[in-house]
Design a protein. Structure first.
Length: 151
């Protein structure tokens, strides 16, 4: 029985150590949009859509308007973005278990298509947990005539 427990513990340890424990960005992603004070416990403070391509400050102000009034909402500090140079993509994901995201944005200039693909890596853990991320990234300016494909 003791040997069985050691083997089971070792297997769990091996599976967890193989998991990439950080989100990764690829392609045309410049960086994640870091919003000071914004975390899973105060997601209710912003009424963010599941997917969006934000191309200007008017749209940005509407989407990132703080809608809550509790003390958690007061901690959120929305950064300024230069929309002459950049656009913002949102691709919300929610899943059971411990997850990490491999984000990739590809731009097909010939067909005028931007693809925002997220591969989800699961980590085997014994504790039931949930992972949620809005996957908000800054990319080079996207013209209005481009179609956005979220995967």
């Amino acid at each position: 029985m003791k040997l069985r427990s050691i083997i089971l513990f070792s297997l769990v340890l091996i599976f967890n150590s193989c998991c990439n424990e950080s989100n990764q960005n690829f392609g045309f992603i410049i960086c994640e949009l870091n919003i000071d004070g914004f975390h899973i416990s105060n997601y209710h403070c912003l009424n963010l859509p599941d997917t969006a391509c934000i191309r200007d400050s008017v749209q940005f102000s509407k989407i990132f308007k703080i809608s809550g009034t509790d003390s958690d909402c007061e901690k959120i500090k929305i950064p300024e973005i230069d929309f002459e140079k950049y656009s913002i993509l949102i691709n919300h994901k929610f899943d059971k278990g411990k997850k990490f995201y491999q984000r990739n944005v590809e731009i097909d200039s010939l067909n005028k298509i931007v693809t925002y693909l997220i591969d989800i890596e699961s980590c085997m853990i014994l504790v039931d947990s949930e992972t949620e991320s809005y996957n908000i990234v800054i990319v080079p300016k996207i013209d209005n005539n481009y179609k956005i494909d979220y995967k």
